[in-house]
Design a protein around this ligand. Sequence first.
Ligand SMILES: [Zn+2]
Ligand SMILES: [Zn+2]
Length: 244
Amino acid sequence: MIIRYLSNTENCQICGGKLEYFNSGRKLTCVQCGKKEIANISCLNGHYVCDECHGKGLFDTVKEYVLASKSKNPFEITEYLMSQDNIPMLGCENAWIASGALMTALRNEGTIKVTNRQIIEAMNRTKRQAIGGYCGLTGVCGISPAIGSCFSVILGASCPKNQETATTMKVVGKIVNAIADQTGPCCCKNFVRTALSEAILLVNKYLNVSLPSPSGAIICTHSARHPHGCRESKCSYFKASETS
Ligand SMILES: [Zn+2]
Ligand SMILES: [Zn+2]
């Protein structure tokens, strides 16, 4: 079955119907690959698409783009990728973009050595902990481990290490905190921008690297796509004229 991403809405990928969020996980079968697993989101018609299938093909798209990018500005990279038609409005594809963009900007800036292999490593780690819907289900939006993975890879953090791991955890804590002020409803586009704004400060503090801020104010062009309703005036990236 070929699943097409809906560029204007982010509802069910199969029928376009509204998504339903369950308080308790249910055993659902992915309509694309047939995998059965406990999950909390399906559409009102019962269609469930597992995380693996949700982002199928897009991981490589994001990876190829960032590896080829020459930009030192992570916002430029993320805004370009997030505005592609096949990148869903909501979903952890946005987290892959965040880690890929931050690592790539650091590689291109050049103060610290970042290899392509490290960029892919950070993205792979992000994929392990960025799970659709878990921003609300456990409090860990995949964009937090996305930024954490960048610091971890660069610092060489792991369980037996001390300061490297402590710094990575502190970074993730800061990102979770920053994102928490932007909920109601969650918005992956806002979260990527908010997380990167915080990450720029943390990169400066812990890695002594100055990455560029966004060139001018970011004005969101995705407001009308938000399936749960854009926060509009509560979101710092919303421009009133955009929806009219
Ligand atoms: Zn459906
Ligand atoms: Zn599947």
